[in-house]
Design a protein around this ligand. Structure first.
Ligand code: KDG
Length: 318
């Protein structure tokens, strides 16, 4: 039994070592990355137990991801290996054409994780957790992934576990109309919803954080957090609370994965019963720390790291 169960695809990320178009990049750094497993690593760092449900290719990259996540303390007992389909891979192009930005290129069609289905979901395992988490990326992967999400959400709710969901719309995986149609069907079954103005615009035709949060709250979740990148985040609850927190200014090295660090820290604070304002501050700190280092999970902080960050007491020699 674990506190939190996350489900979705994890890929090998090949992060360009030099800036510019990928065709001219000769060196890449290998990382294990996937929004839901990033989240699982984040909640483990924050002091909870977490499990990850997925499928991996029975190949070198699958072995790498499996042992990496196990090494991070994530329970991988519900991960299946598939000998017929590969582990997905994606590349990150850096600083081009937008300096400071990243472009993602996926090689994941037909991947092992896109074959995830209801048979991969251990209903008792999910029902015994305190929270189940997934994202719009899993919903985009395939019909069987959507069935797996439905079963996991149903199991969670049946067992009294909360459901958290990040809209995470990736337009390289599906078009805005399908994303809206599908994601909207699932929002009513979520307790905590994470989104950003771009996704809110696609889902509601409303990118203003306050108005979007209000609309989402009317669809079922009791808590909505709207991530605003370098501007911070806004969160509101069905109980009438609402907080806006500015982002921490840090040197930005790699923005990919920051949203997952934010979600994990926010959920962790809420599971501890902390208030909205403190939760948002810790989540902003986790997102800020994450962008200072290459890779998705490497700089997702522990609570102690967040505390030191917030106190500004980090020391060079420890
Ligand atoms: O949040 C970071 C993820 O988007 C990244 O690691 C890749 O999971 C990923 C995906 O499917 O895009």
């Amino acid at each position: 039994m674990v506190d939190v169960v996350a489900m979705g695809e994890t890929m090998v990320q090949l992060n360009a070592f030099t800036p510019g178009p990928l065709r001219y990049v000769n060196y890449f750094e290998k990382h294990a990355a996937g929004t839901e497993s990033n989240f699982a690593v984040g909640v483990v760092r924050m002091g909870h137990t977490a499990g990850w449900i997925s499928r991996l290719g029975d190949d070198e990259f699958g072995c790498y991801i499996h042992s990496f996540l196990r090494g991070e303390g994530v329970d991988v007992s519900r991960v299946a290996f598939d000998s017929e389909a590969p582990t997905g891979v994606y590349f990150i192009q850096r600083d081009y054409p937008v300096p400071g930005g990243s472009v993602v290129y996926y090689y994941r069609r037909g991947s092992a994780a896109s074959g995830l289905g209801p048979g991969d979901v251990d209903a008792d395992y999910v029902a015994s957790a305190r929270l189940f988490h997934t994202t719009g990326i899993t919903l985009a992967l395939s019909g069987s992934c959507r069935e797996a999400v439905s079963k996991a959400m149903e199991s969670a709710r049946g067992g009294g576990a909360e459901v958290s969901f990040d809209t995470n719309i990736r337009l390289k995986l599906w078009g805005p109309d399908k994303a809206r149609r599908v994601i909207t069907e699932y929002i009513g079954d979520c307790d905590m919803l994470f989104t950003d103005p771009q996704d809110a615009e696609i889902l509601l035709g409303e990118g203003d954080p306050r108005r979007a949060a209000e609309e989402f709250l009317g669809m079922g979740p009791h808590t909505v957090a709207v991530k605003l990148g370098g501007e911070g985040a806004y969160a509101a609850t069905s109980g009438g609370e609402a907080v806006m927190k500015e982002a921490f200014k840090v040197p930005v090295v790699d923005v990919v994965g920051a949203g997952d660090a934010f979600d994990a820290a926010f959920v962790s604070c809420r599971l501890r019963g902390w208030g909205l304002e403190r939760s948002l501050e810790v989540a902003n700190a986790a997102g800020a720390l994450c962008v200072t280092v290459r890779g998705d999970v490497e700089a997702i902080p522990t609570f102690e790291d967040v505390e030191r960050f917030l106190e500004g007491r980090s020391q060079v020699f420890r």
